[in-house]
Design a protein around this ligand. Structure first.
Ligand SMILES: Cc1cc2nc3c(=O)[nH]c(=O)nc-3n(C[C@H](O)[C@H](O)[C@H](O)COP(=O)(O)OP(=O)(O)OC[C@H]3O[C@@H](n4cnc5c(N)ncnc54)[C@H](O)[C@@H]3O)c2cc1C
Length: 175
């Protein structure tokens, strides 16, 4: 298993988190991204305490927390009337009970935290561009590892892609 590389389709927050987790367990990882460059589109992402627990587990919790803002209340509003429906307090008692705060962070900042952690880990290769339809099994440069995750509906399709809704092929120009 040590000399096998785990291919991950998609270098978003999810793909990079999976890459980091595998690399921290000594696995070699290849992240395949179809977009021109690795990055995030969008603005903020809300993170519940469990997300921050997971970040701590991956060793990036402190850095993620350092770029987050913390909110004291979640207010649920009626989308039609604009009236307030309820309020969920997220202040100190919530933080103490949950062991972590409820946070909001810019997606690009969070993606950067994961990307730097992956780039700092010699077992991860995040620099690969692949075609819109990538199939990791086409990449003969490394032995393909048995499936990490695959669709339970797919018995005949590719079995070696992680982190994407659909990963089909073969595509000889994938990388
Ligand atoms: C409007 C909106 C608001 C949201 N708000 C929140 C929130 O507040 N809190 C929260 O926790 N979650 C939120 N989510 C969900 C959250 O955005 C996603 O769970 C999270 O960003 C998914 O990360 P990901 O890396 O799995 O996927 P993505 O960020 O979609 O990244 C997938 C990557 O895979 C690449 N890719 C796709 N197919 C292939 C392929 N075949 N080969 C190679 N690369 C491929 C894409 O180019 C992309 O870079 C929100 C979602 C939406 C739509």
């Amino acid at each position: 298993m040590q000399d096998q590389r785990f291919p991950i389709a998609g270098g978003g927050i999810g793909g990079l988190a999976a890459a980091l987790g595998l690399a921290q367990r000594g696995k070699q990882v290849l992240v395949l991204e179809k977009a021109a460059e690795l990055g995030e589109i969008g603005a903020g992402i809300q993170l519940g305490p469990k997300a921050l627990h997971a970040f701590d587990y991956l060793g990036i919790g402190d850095e993620a927390r350092s770029m987050a803002v913390y909110i004291d209340n979640l207010r649920l509003m009626d989308a039609i009337t604009g009236e307030k429906i309820t309020r969920i307090p997220l202040d100190d008692p919530f933080r103490a009970r949950m062991g972590n705060p409820y946070a909001v962070v810019h997606r690009g900042d969070l993606h950067g935290v994961f990307l730097r952690a992956c780039q700092d880990n010699p077992l991860t290769d995040c620099g690969r561009k692949c075609a819109p339809r990538c199939w990791a099994a086409d990449h003969q440069e490394f032995p393909v590892t048995p499936p990490i995750a695959r669709s339970s509906r797919s018995r005949t399709g590719p079995r070696n892609c992680v982190g994407t809704r659909r990963c089909s092929g073969p595509d000889p120009n994938a990388i």
